[in-house]
Design a protein around this ligand. Structure first.
Ligand SMILES: Cc1cc2nc3c(=O)[nH]c(=O)nc-3n(C[C@H](O)[C@H](O)[C@H](O)COP(=O)(O)OP(=O)(O)OC[C@H]3O[C@@H](n4cnc5c(N)ncnc54)[C@H](O)[C@@H]3O)c2cc1C
Length: 412
């Protein structure tokens, strides 16, 4: 640990995806010196074929992006969600008449959240990061080794750059090498489903309605985007995905129409089709000496509720709050005290959502007659119970639990 590192900072974040970049900006805005390292080359992650997903960004996450000054760069590409409609469906039998409808006006004046393309979020984060004076973004920097000691960390990239800091934050995604090398075990499960994701343009206005249909192969979501477009997340049995991906465009569009009906009028495919394997993962610990895990490095969930990134952004807001409060009184930002408080704050919240999304997927992704009937009736029943409905809506909006200041819309 006595070598002089090439770049030194208070905090080293490995992984400059949406979670890592948001954390880097947040800490730098509060005056901390941050190194943000990502193995991808400059602009590789904003290329059209890198990520076809759009994310449902809950209100609490929007508050974070507003609080750190990223929202103005994003607003033009953000499409508000005014209503959410959930129903059972079947590619041959159509959509069930029993459904659950959420209207934003039941819980206030603002939308439930926004749909934004991941590429737009990354572009906005890059633009803001380049203006942060105490944030050093190092790209093409594949971190291959880490030494952690009682007073700090030194990491080394494949090209030999040494990065030192008081605290290392792993935001390096689901396959986190840093987590694995720290010996932190995970509870994992791969689903026998994959998600086909694409954008369609449609004739009729979606009116800001997000639709989720529970089909036998998995949930089928249509997320309202700007410019008369929807992002389709079609979760399907793993053995059928290659077949649908290989279909010529007109037959693929026919399959889509068969699933969601004709309410949007004529549709066109306006993006490539992308496929994502789906898995659940939860790290047994979020911290170790001078190390904290955030985002998918700590937890990954089924996209059925569109909450994975929102959980990661909540990790960011909580960890940043603890680090900044400690730095303001001259404390050690990588101390065991900070790390233990972070773990206590975030692990249970994430655990609950992991369990809920896993159970929802098991309950809804099948075609068992009696189960189908009871869940249809369950949806219709919840629709008639205003208090239950309100609680579920607040959860989806990220307004439940002990909320970090940024999530509440307060200053950090
Ligand atoms: C089909 C689908 C739909 C989804 N929809 C939603 C949604 O609507 N709403 C929602 O909230 N969530 C959604 N999610 C979840 C969400 O996409 C993820 O939770 C989120 O992208 C995780 O971001 P991250 O920054 O933690 O990780 P990643 O995006 O995986 O980023 C990790 C970064 O680390 C870098 N990296 C890795 N290893 C190294 C290394 N050794 N050195 C340097 N850099 C490294 C990588 O290059 C990458 O940039 C969805 C997921 C799927 C699969």
């Amino acid at each position: 640990m006595s070598n002089i590192a090439d770049i030194s900072a208070d905090i080293l974040i490995v992984g400059g995806g949406i979670v890592g970049a948001t954390l880097g900006i947040t800490l730098s805005r509060a005056g901390l010196k941050v190194t943000l390292a990502d193995r991808l080359a400059r602009e590789a992650d904003t290329a059209k074929n890198y990520d076809g997903r759009a994310s449902a960004i809950a209100n609490g996450s929007v508050n974070i992006l507003k609080g750190i000054g990223v929202w103005p760069d994003l607003e033009a590409n953000a499409s508000p969600i005014w209503d959410i409609r959930v129903a059972d469906g079947h590619p041959l039998r159509g959509i069930s008449p029993l459904f659950l409808h959420y209207d934003h006006s039941d819980v206030g004046k603002s939308p439930f959240g926004y749909i934004i393309e991941n590429r737009s979020i990354r572009e906005a984060l890059r633009a803001v990061a380049s203006d942060c004076k105490t944030l050093k973004l190092v790209q093409s920097a594949n971190v291959v080794s880490v030494q952690r000691g009682p007073f700090g960390v030194i990491a080394e990239t494949e090209s030999g750059i040494r990065l030192s800091a008081s605290l290392l934050i792993a935001a390096d995604g689901r396959g986190s090498q840093i987590r694995n090398e720290a010996g932190i075990k995970t509870r994992t499960k791969m689903y026998d489903q994959k998600s086909i994701v694409c954008n369609i343009r449609h004739e009729r206005d979606h009116a800001g309605t997000a639709v989720e249909l529970f089909l036998p192969g998995g949930p089928f979501a249509m997320l309202p985007m700007t410019e008369h477009r929807c992002n389709v997340v079609w979760t399907e049995r793993i053995d059928l995905v290659d077949h649908y991906m290989a279909l010529p465009e007109d037959r693929f569009l026919k399959e889509l129409s068969q699933r969601f009906g004709g309410w949007l009028g004529k549709i066109d495919l306006v993006s490539q089709r992308h496929v994502y394997p789906l898995g659940m993962l939860h790290a047994e610990r979020y911290t170790s000496q001078r190390l904290a895990l955030v985002g998918d490095a700590a937890h990954a969930i089924h996209p059925i509720a569109g909450q994975g990134l929102n959980l990661g952004l909540r990790d960011v807001a909580a960890l940043a709050e603890l680090i900044v409060d400690t730095a303001r009184v001259g404390g050690d930002v990588g101390s065991n005290n900070v790390l233990a408080r972070y773990e206590r704050w975030r692990r249970f919240d994430n655990f609950v959502l992991i369990a809920v999304t896993d159970s929802l997927n098991r309950l809804f992704s099948n075609d068992i007659g009696p189960l189908r009937l009871s869940r249809d009736m369950g949806l219709a029943l919840v629709d008639k119970l205003p208090l239950v409905k309100k609680f579920l809506m607040r959860h989806a909006m990220g307004q439940v639990g002990k909320l970090p200041r940024l999530v509440r819309g307060d200053a950090l």
